[in-house]
Design a protein. Structure first.
Lengths: 178, 189
């Protein structure tokens, strides 16, 4: 029971930090799940996060994986509800008020101001993720190539990410043989 | 402007609402869920027009929460009120959640295998490339002045460099950045 309570607390808290997308919450996600609660190791967190990018739908469904690791199916349910309910209620309420705020003078200031801060949070998340994901020159090259490919083309991100995994396997095979 | 009241749009059954969001939740592979949402909601079903879609998207991006689920809530609420919001969100999340629960069990069985690890390290590097692209695209939309770039760097350095907790960084940098962009038309200075 205590673990379900911890899951609920952690993911409800994290959900409120997802300003500008799931990656904005990544630094706190790492601190809480890896360093504080020891639910997963940092490499495991990176693996789940990356698999979550491949899954269809919202890109943070990996919270269900963490919930499962901690407490099975009930854990997954608690993590999902905690992660989506608080912000969901907020969005629902603000969505209904929004038309009344259309002429509010502070609205553009809030949109622009929070916009730059959320890019900063995503950058922080990417830096922390890079510390774990870029373990050698090969993986740095994979990240760089995928970045350029997605920036310059309209290819579905799932393909280059799966290809990255296959290159990882190929490198392991070659290194294992050589 | 009309109030975003429930039932304001063409009447849609809750089952239909669930199904359309479920299909989007199951097929939006590889991120870019916004594109799938527009195709499903604006083009195919004509549940919202493009102007409304962009407006709802800007709410989704400003508020905490993921774009995909925030959009499900806003569109579901417009079409069928509170129940519509719940049903749309469930449909959107169910396929991915089921897959990621399955992934956790599979990981428990085969995650320590060196071949799986080699694959997972590879996709982690690829996913990092995706994150940086998303950040660059988000940045191209919202960063307009030198000050905006400074807010980005200050926030990132505080969190990733000095270990400042995200809520503090969010509140402090948020207040400074909002104040910087404050409405000035009546306070010439």
């Amino acid at each position: 029971m205590k673990q379900l309570g911890d899951l609920a607390g952690v993911f409800a808290y994290l959900s409120l930090l997802t300003v500008g997308g799931g990656m904005a919450a990544f630094p706190e996600l790492k601190t809480l799940t890896v360093d504080v609660h020891h639910w997963v190791t940092f490499p495991q967190l990176l693996h789940y996060y990356s698999l979550g990018q491949l899954a269809p739908g919202p890109n943070m469904m990996m919270v269900a994986s963490i919930g499962t690791v901690v407490a099975g199916l009930p854990g997954a349910a608690v993590a999902l509800v905690a992660f989506f309910l608080p912000t969901g209620v907020l969005t629902w309420g603000i969505g209904r008020l929004w038309t009344h705020m259309q002429t509010w003078r502070w609205r553009p200031a809030i949109q622009t101001g929070l916009g730059s801060v959320s890019v900063g949070l995503v950058l922080a998340g990417a830096v922390i993720m890079a510390k774990g994901a870029v373990v050698d020159a090969l993986h740095a090259a994979i990240a760089a190539v995928v970045f350029l490919l997605l920036l310059k083309t309209k290819v579905n991100p799932a393909y280059p990410i799966v290809a990255s995994g296959l290159i990882g396997i190929l490198a392991y095979w070659l290194a294992g043989i050589g | 402007m009309s109030d975003p009241a429930p039932f304001a749009s063409p009447s849609v059954s809750l089952a239909r609402l669930f199904w359309v969001f479920f299909v989007m939740g199951a097929t939006s592979l590889g991120g870019g869920v916004v594109g799938y949402l527009r195709t499903g909601l604006v083009v195919r079903n004509r549940w919202v027009d493009d102007v409304t879609f962009v407006e709802l998207l800007s709410i989704s991006q400003t508020l905490p929460g993921l774009n995909a689920t925030n959009m499900s809530i806003l569109v579901g609420d417009r079409l069928r009120g509170g129940w519509g919001a719940i049903v749309a969100t469930l449909g959107m999340c169910l396929p991915g959640a089921t897959l990621m629960i399955g992934a956790a069990y599979a990981y428990g069985i085969g995650g320590d295998d060196p071949w799986s690890k080699a694959f997972l390290h590879g996709i982690a590097a690829g996913a990092l490339g995706l994150i940086v692209v998303v950040m660059v695209q988000l940045g191209a939309k919202v960063l307009k002045s030198l000050a905006d770039y400074l807010f980005v760097l200050a926030t990132a350095a505080a969190v990733a460099g000095f270990g400042v907790q995200v809520p503090y960084a969010l509140i402090v940098a948020g207040i400074v950045a909002i104040w910087w962009h404050r409405p000035r038309d009546r306070t010439p200075k």
